[in-house]
Design a protein around this ligand. Structure first.
Ligand SMILES: [Zn+2]
Length: 624
């Protein structure tokens, strides 16, 4: 009895102090640090861990996993919320619900996404927002850069104007910017993000919560879609044309906040507003190359802490209302894009071109822009509209390369294969010697930046492509491009890609060993347009099919055809020009092909049966 009486006293005391808290009546442990300190302090990593643990104990909608452990030894909690709860990706898939990943605090001092995540999780678990789980599973990572979050200082975020007074640092515990790791995947957190989040759960949407660095536009929140650049444009278009307009209007209606595209301007009055960078080293852009929706959310740094949290909650709530209603539509969209990418490689690999470097599309669209007014060189605190501002937030390719059907590279480059596999890319090793036709790149110069960036002196190569063939021994690494991650592979492996593995020094050792910059060196990744046994080789019996030229008869003989099914045979030049096409009925295991007069050289014989194709190379020598 005595114990109960004391409990009541304490409870009443607290209720007096926290009026808003009392009315909703959450347990004490479910108030965040800013709520408990009048928004003067932000949650430390340990506060987040305790909050999440309380949530897990008190709610039956919550499952908690650990994404990884940072350099500084801090765990990165992942909070998986579903109604009913689920505990594995298999259960998530069986539920048929959309999976959305909300990540905060990738830059340790940008803290409101973390606080908004905590409060929103609580409102979903115990408040009025449980409906947000109707058609979707929400996975929160409130403190991604846990080490950076706890490296508190008064001057880490000067543009947040001491609100909160102490904030963490931008870099990770290892000193890296985690939002530059999308391609190289070298940081502890970046690797964990890929393995324990993206590959394990395959969320169809990533929301990455940041704070701006000081620009004086007039918006509470600015956003950017993941830039698909070389990839399928479907996700970017869906966000720009469908989701953003609805969500932005909803936030305005719900909370009065103005939302616009993320960007910055460098003169007053503003004439041009420059948007999000396009390089896939930024996580939202790398996720876009995986055919998934991703949204960069940047809260306005000059707003007070409480307002920044409130704007984040308003944005996330509106966004999640949209995704809940469009859960099936989004699942269909990403599935269709996965299939279209694979199909596009099958039909056009070896002929189509895509960008390997990108620039702002000129000219941008004209837009109205809300910014803080400047008068007599001073900001007045009033927001004003400007019209006819050039909006530069779309990209077009500046330099192109052919998208191949596959890439193949020597067995010794196991580190390259491993890096691709870390991204979830399918890589196989060939089991036989193969001849491929396509392109190789001759490097005449390897350049390095003078200054180190993210632990790298970034590299670029000069040189040119040459058509030709490559004989690759068994054990070579083979990357079939007919997979949903084709355009991620493309930007990782193309030698001239502006954010590929060449840039991040993955080929330096190989090239330096071969005296690059003294002699021309062939880039070791061969681009396959045809040939080899790896391309669509199931079905027809690989070992039995042979094709050879008989110089006496002047015909090509093909052996080992399927007896059960008809076959189609196409003879082409190496560059793909059709020489002869014929149909062989079922019941014959060989045939002869009479050619029109052709020049000597190498020709491709493609034998197709039941939709499977095997390609053989035939050398024709003129006997005259
Ligand atoms: Zn940031």
């Amino acid at each position: 009895m005595r114990y109960a009486a004391i409990t009541v006293t304490v409870y009443l005391g607290l209720s007096f102090m926290m009026l808003s808290a009392q009315t909703t009546g959450y347990p004490d442990a479910l108030y965040s640090r800013p709520e408990r300190t009048r928004y003067t302090e932000t949650s430390l990593h340990q506060d987040v861990v305790s909050f999440v643990e309380s949530l897990r104990q008190k709610s039956d909608l919550v499952h908690v996993e650990t994404m990884g452990t940072t350099f500084g030894g801090r765990t990165i909690p992942l909070v998986i919320m579903a109604d009913p709860a689920i505990t594995s990706p298999e259960e998530a898939r069986l539920s048929g619900k959309l999976i959305i990943y909300i990540q905060a605090n990738i830059h340790g001092g940008e803290v409101e996404g973390k606080e908004a995540s905590l409060q929103l999780m609580r409102e979903i678990a115990f408040g009025k927002m449980r409906y947000l789980l109707d058609n979707q599973i929400l996975i929160f990572c409130p403190v991604f850069n846990a080490d950076g979050n706890d490296a508190l200082g008064p001057n880490n975020r000067p543009n947040q104007d001491g609100s909160p007074y102490l904030a963490g640092q931008r870099a990770s515990g290892q000193g890296y910017d985690l939002n530059r790791d999308g391609m190289k995947l070298e940081t502890i957190e970046g690797k964990a993000f890929m393995e324990k989040m993206i590959l394990r759960w395959d969320p169809l949407m990533l929301v990455d919560l940041h704070t701006t660095n000081g620009t004086w536009h007039g918006y509470a929140i600015t956003t950017a879609p993941g830039m698909t650049t070389a990839g399928h444009p479907g996700t970017t278009e869906y966000l720009q044309n469908e989701l953003f307009p609805w969500v932005n209007e909803k936030v305005k209606e719900r909370a009065g906040y103005d939302i616009f595209y993320y960007g910055d301007f460098y003169e007053y009055p503003p004439r041009t507003f420059y948007g999000m960078a396009a390089e896939p080293r930024y996580l939202t852009n790398s996720i876009a190359l995986r055919n998934r929706l991703s949204i960069l959310v940047e809260t306005f740094s000059h707003d007070r802490f409480e307002k920044r949290i409130s704007a984040n909650i308003a944005y996330l709530t509106s966004l999640l209302e949209y995704t809940s209603v469009h859960s099936l539509e989004i699942q269909n969209l990403t599935e269709t894009i996965d299939q279209e990418v694979t199909q596009e490689i099958r039909s056009s690999g070896g002929t189509m071109q895509k960008g390997v470097t990108f620039e702002y599309k000129q000219p941008g669209q004209k837009t109205d822009l809300l910014v803080y007014e400047v008068k007599g060189g001073k900001r007045t605190g009033k927001r004003v509209w400007f019209s006819d501002v050039n909006l530069m937030n779309q990209y077009s390719a500046a330099k192109f390369a052919v998208v191949p059907k596959a890439y193949v590279f020597p067995a010794e480059l196991a580190a390259i294969a491993a890096k691709l596999q870390e991204h979830g890319i399918e890589v196989t090793q060939s089991t036989q010697n193969d001849t491929y036709f396509g392109e190789s790149f001759t490097i005449t110069r390897l350049n390095h930046d003078a200054i180190s960036y993210q632990g790298h002196r970034m590299a670029s190569v000069e040189g040119s492509f040459n058509g030709g063939s490559a004989v690759m021994p068994a054990g070579s690494w083979y990357v079939d491009m007919a997979q949903p991650l084709a355009y991620l592979i493309f930007l990782l492996l193309e030698p001239a890609s502006y954010d590929g593995l060449v840039v991040w020094n993955y080929f330096d050792d190989y090239l330096v060993d071969r005296n690059v910059n003294s002699v021309a060196v062939t880039y070791p990744v061969f681009k396959v347009f045809s040939g080899g046994s790896g391309i669509l080789s199931e079905g027809l019996d690989q070992d039995k099919i042979t094709a050879m030229y008989n110089p006496i008869s002047g015909k090509i003989s093909v052996f080992g055809l399927s007896v059960e099914h008809p076959s189609q045979i196409e003879v082409t030049t190496v560059s793909g020009s059709m020489i002869k096409k014929l149909n062989i009925p079922a019941g014959r295991n060989n045939c002869e092909i009479e050619l029109p007069h052709v020049a000597t050289g190498i020709f491709m014989v493609a034998i197709t049966s039941l939709g499977k194709t095997i390609v053989r190379m035939v050398m024709i020598r003129n006997m005259e």
